[in-house]
Ligand binder design. Structure first.
Ligand SMILES: NC(=O)C1=CN([C@@H]2O[C@H](COP(=O)(O)OP(=O)(O)OC[C@H]3O[C@@H](n4cnc5c(N)ncnc54)[C@H](O)[C@@H]3O)[C@@H](O)[C@H]2O)C=CC1
Ligand SMILES: C[C@H](CCCC(C)(C)O)[C@H]1CC[C@H]2[C@@H]3[C@H](O)CC4=CC(=O)CC[C@]4(C)[C@H]3CC[C@]12C
Length: 369
């Protein structure tokens, strides 16, 4: 990736490239990375849509593999210039065991780092999460904070614990000598709640609203702000960070960046209504319909039922003590660090992001009828 080799075509690897974010990163690279020569898409479950990408000018290599298998990761990383590591087990509902979440998110990330070191890949962008910071177990608000905001990050849930550990591994690996003698350059991007085309929870809320005759019921006070960011902008930020890591290695290496764009600050439910409203749903209640103590009780009941039923069936509803705490705690970011460090500007305006998401919800909803 030296200046003298401007014309050199680069090999990129995207782990988790068939997930919600990963697919957008893959498509964004193909559209907006002129130096791309080969794109390797690594995932445990490959999507059929990859086939259509194989007919374009860039060589697209689909690799079915598991990040917890070090040899599979090493084979995929070999001779890649850049790795974008988005693969992860996103589970805050108790579907997977804490051990599995740790294995995929922490050991999987360790495998990616070691593969870079062994094979001589120098540039690694890691998809971290706002959850690395908070909300913490004490429910402290994080109001329009940035990467330097002091906040007591206390985690107990396996998902944020695993993301925090993995992020630390990635940042500590910055500067390690890779095969060939040059230093590894790493950075971590921390999206807040991502929305956009492919967002399964949004689709589930839409279907639930349709089942309830077009109504959704407010559970969280409108005053609780929740940070959200459009998937296209998160993908764009990954592409830009990956592109700039070499030129700005001294500045960007070992750094974290929140993902942000022009999406408005709103409560989780009011924000969802920006898309679900135009699709015909209504949110009932200016205030939560149930008292908070009752939600806490129901969340605890769900947790108990999940535990009791586990030997028989997987019971994993949206409401549990952890999701309630996250949804009910203000967490919003306000920063320009990515702009200052690598020239990031959102590619999609809020209006574009909103329109694209509405069209997707409508299509996803009608295909479910
Ligand atoms: N969805 C969100 O709101 C946020 C997500 N993130 C992070 O973004 C990344 C992507 O998340 P999403 O796209 O939402 O999730 P997703 O579940 O849609 O995508 C994750 C992808 O990783 C793959 N994967 C899982 N385990 C694997 C394994 N053992 N080996 C290989 N591939 C494996 C899955 O098959 C899937 O395609 C994750 O690292 C997540 O922690 C961060 C902040 C917010
Ligand atoms: C499922 C929650 C909303 C339901 C609340 C209820 C039952 C009261 O209506 C979601 C609220 C906030 C979401 C999380 C947040 O966006 C931050 C995240 C970051 C990640 O890295 C992964 C996903 C998530 C934890 C996200 C998960 C769903 C919510 C808890």
């Amino acid at each position: 990736m030296a200046d003298s080799a401007q014309a050199q075509k680069l090999v990129y690897l995207v782990t988790g490239g068939c997930g919600f974010l990963g697919e957008h990163v893959v498509r964004m690279l193909l559209q907006r990375e002129p130096r791309l020569g080969e794109l390797r898409v690594f995932d445990r479950h490959l999507g059929p849509w990859l086939e259509e990408l194989k007919t374009g000018p860039v060589r697209v290599t689909a690799i079915q593999g598991d990040v917890t298998e070090a040899h599979e990761v090493a084979a995929a990383v070999a001779r890649a210039h850049v790795v974008i590591h988005t693969a992860g087990l996103v589970d805050v509902f108790g579907r997977a065991s804490p051990e599995t979440i740790h294995e995929v998110n922490v050991q999987g990330t360790r495998n990616v780092i070691e593969a870079c070191v062994q094979t001589g890949t120098r540039f690694l962008v890691y998809t971290s999460s706002m959850e690395v910071v908070g909300p913490n177990t004490k429910g402290h608000p994080f109001y329009r904070g940035n990467e330097d905001t002091l906040y007591e990050a206390v985690h107990r849930h396996p998902y944020p614990c695993s993301k925090a550990l993995a992020e630390r591994l990635v940042l500590e690996a910055n500067g390690r000598e890779v095969h060939g003698g040059l230093p590894l350059v790493t950075c971590a991007l921390r999206p807040t709640g991502i929305y956009g085309e492919g967002h399964q929870i949004m689709r589930d809320f839409y279907r639930q609203g349709l089942r309830l005759g077009g109504w959704l019921f407010r559970a969280i006070p409108a005053s609780v702000e929740h940070g959200r960011v459009y998937v296209g902008n998160v993908a764009w930020m990954h592409v830009l960070a990956a592109r700039e890591l070499e030129r700005r290695a001294a500045l960007m290496g070992g750094q974290v960046y929140f993902c942000y764009d022009g999406s408005p600050y709103k409560s989780y439910e009011d924000f969802n209504m920006e898309f679900l409203g135009p699709c015909g749903l209504q949110l009932v209640g200016a205030r939560p319909l149930l008292p908070y103590w009752l939600l806490v009780f129901l969340a605890a009941l769900n947790a108990l039922l999940q535990w009791l039923l586990r030997p028989l069936v997987l019971y994993a509803p949206l409401l549990n003590p952890y999701t309630l705490a996250v949804a009910n705690t203000t967490f919003t970011v306000s920063t320009d660090k990515a702009q200052r460090h690598f020239g990031y500007e959102p590619l999609f305006s809020w209006e574009d992001s909103r329109t694209r998401t509405i069209l997707w919800v409508q299509a996803a909803g009608s295909s479910a009828q």
